[in-house]
Design a protein around this ligand. Structure first.
Ligand SMILES: [Zn+2]
Ligand SMILES: [Zn+2]
Length: 136
């Protein structure tokens, strides 16, 4: 594989990284921890082997919060702007990339939604909502 890396960055632009396909998995997660960590209905978690990932700026600004009751769950974020950033997943060789922080299309698509039973009561499939091209 020799595809060009996809880049990602935080809101303030201090932290940057790049990741190269092939990706290990891409899924939406509706678990209660992902909902809190993302502040949204679900996380969009893209996984890539650590060997295909590298920080290109601002790594020293990262802070990791390992969830105290979990072996694996953690979040990492830019301490300047608070944007979620990728982190190494304990007990695996993968980095978890919150896909919303990518700067371009990773050219892979989510394949499933997990923890569907935990989805928020107010979640409605986007297919059921009216669409507007811009702010309304
Ligand atoms: Zn930042
Ligand atoms: Zn989750």
């Amino acid at each position: 594989m020799s595809s060009a890396p996809v880049t990602g960055s935080c809101l303030c632009g201090s932290v940057k990284f790049e990741a190269t396909a092939p990706f290990a998995a891409f899924r939406y997660c509706h678990c209660s921890r992902c909902r809190k960590a993302s502040g949204s209905a679900h996380a969009a978690n893209l996984f890539v082997p650590e060997t295909q990932f590298k920080w290109t700026a601002g790594e020293s600004l990262l802070k990791r919060f390992p969830h105290p009751q979990s072996e694996r769950f953690a979040v990492s974020f830019c301490t300047n702007c608070g944007t979620r950033m990728p982190h190494k997943v304990n007990t695996t060789d993968n980095m978890l990339i919150p896909a919303g922080v990518l700067d371009a299309d990773p050219e892979t698509r989510p394949t499933n939604s997990i923890f569907w039973k935990s989805k928020s009561a107010w979640y409605i499939s986007p297919h059921e909502l009216p669409k507007f091209g811009d702010y309304k």
